[in-house]
Design a protein around this ligand. Structure first.
Ligand SMILES: *Cc1c(COP(=O)(O)O)cnc(C)c1O
Length: 390
């Protein structure tokens, strides 16, 4: 099976991990801080805090922003559940802003409209989580303007977008947001196995997230309430978690980071090839916006026809049978039973979902494989019949 996405681990990566395994400190040693510095510099952010997963990063960032019971978090419905779950972890309520069909990202128009309505009802969000779907940055400058007007925190879910750019700066620079979160799950743009990183320009957020990822403990006398009674002294100032990244994982991340730009270039080349190979098929292909460079984490096509959902299912099954690990990103989060207690209508997200199909795109995918895939996709589309028709 050729998957929709796959990591690339080299002998150098393995060597870097083994080196940590042979050392004294396999966690909380010198490598995780080096990885943090490298990501901070890559993103041109002021601070980077390594965490055990993207989910952990979202959770801690929300917590550090003071999100709690009685507050609202808003995000996009077309995302992985983690973008919304971070609100629930903090005891907040979660709501969704419909997408822009052109970018598949949170629609700024829909956000503006929803904010106007929420203001009259006195239910403005405390945190808004724009998701850079498939690696394409949201319109962060426009979201920043709304954040300044309505007073909410902006937390970028940049799990797909490591290596992407917005207005000439790397995603994660946080020029227009309060923090950004990356994921290093194997399917993402670089991997540490499990892992994540929060970047920010705000010292107070970085300091609090650092403390929260390690039980809420500080060893910094300046941040303590009591006078240390010895050099061993540490203090738990608030309840945190164990969300640390090990040095073993950080070594893999640091080694992978050296190839991030190569990975993104390979993904971009693959995307360009698809736009040529698939141009004549009845599909909506993903685009780029004028002010950003996608990191091309996913390549999602939308199927046409009168009953796209039925056709999508047939095409999906035909391709899977031929060994193509196509997938669907994502089932709208507001349809998940855990979120569906309230009935919400998000027409653009729902229409997108009925047509979406994620096709293989990763650095090791060859031109020959893409050509073969395009032939099989074309055949599958032409053979597909909506369920229930002759
Ligand atoms: C992968 C992903 C996450 C969660 O990251 P993990 O590292 O797997 O916890 C969050 N949001 C989005 C959009 C993702 O794709």
């Amino acid at each position: 099976m050729i998957p929709y996405g796959r990591q690339e681990v080299t002998e150098d990566d393995i060597e870097a991990v083994v080196e940590v395994l042979r050392s004294n400190l396999i966690t909380q040693g010198p490598v995780a801080p080096r990885f943090e510095e490298a990501v901070r510099d890559y993103c041109r952010a002021s601070h980077a805090v390594a965490v055990s997963s993207g989910t952990a990063g979202l959770h801690l960032a929300c917590h550090a922003m003071g999100l709690g019971p009685g507050d609202w978090l808003w995000t996009s419905p077309i995302t992985f559940v983690a973008s919304a779950n971070c609100g629930l972890y903090c005891g907040a309520d979660v709501d969704f802003v419909d997408i822009d069909p052109a970018t598949r990202n949170m629609s700024v128009e829909a956000l503006k409209h929803k904010l106007e309505q929420a203001e009259t009802e006195g239910q403005l969000p405390k945190v808004v989580v724009p998701v850079h779907f498939a690696g394409l940055s949201c319109d962060m400058a426009a979201i920043r303007e709304l954040a300044d007007r309505y007073g909410f925190w902006v937390l970028e879910d940049a799990a797909h977008a490591f290596g992407g750019e917005y207005r000439g700066e790397p995603v994660g620079a946080c020029r227009f947001s309060d923090a950004a979160v990356f994921s290093f799950h194997p399917v993402k743009n670089i991997t540490t196995g499990e892992g994540g990183m929060v970047t920010t320009r705000r010292l107070e957020l970085a300091t609090r997230i650092e403390r929260l990822r390690s039980h809420g403990i500080t060893r910094e006398p300046a941040h303590m309430i009591r006078e240390p009674d010895g050099p061993w002294y540490y203090e738990q100032g608030e309840l945190g978690l164990n969300y640390r990244l090990t040095d073993i994982q950080a070594a893999l991340g640091l080694s992978q980071l050296q190839r991030l730009d190569t990975f993104i270039q390979a993904r971009r080349n693959g995307a360009v090839r698809y736009s040529r190979l698939l141009a004549d098929l009845p599909l909506i292909l993903p685009g780029e916006s004028s002010n950003s460079h996608s990191a091309w984490h996913l390549y999602v096509v939308e199927l046409g026809g009168t009953d796209p959902q039925a056709i999508r299912r047939e095409v999906f099954e035909a391709l899977r049978e031929q060994g193509w690990g196509v997938n669907v990103h994502y089932i709208p989060v507001h349809w998940q039973p855990d979120y569906a207690r309230e009935c919400r209508k998000l027409p653009a997200a729902e229409a997108y979902y009925s047509r979406a199909l994620t096709i293989p795109l990763f650095p090791g995918l060859t031109e020959g494989q893409q050509e073969a895939f395009a032939v099989d996709l074309s055949q599958a589309i032409h053979q597909a019949r909506p369920v229930g028709t002759a």
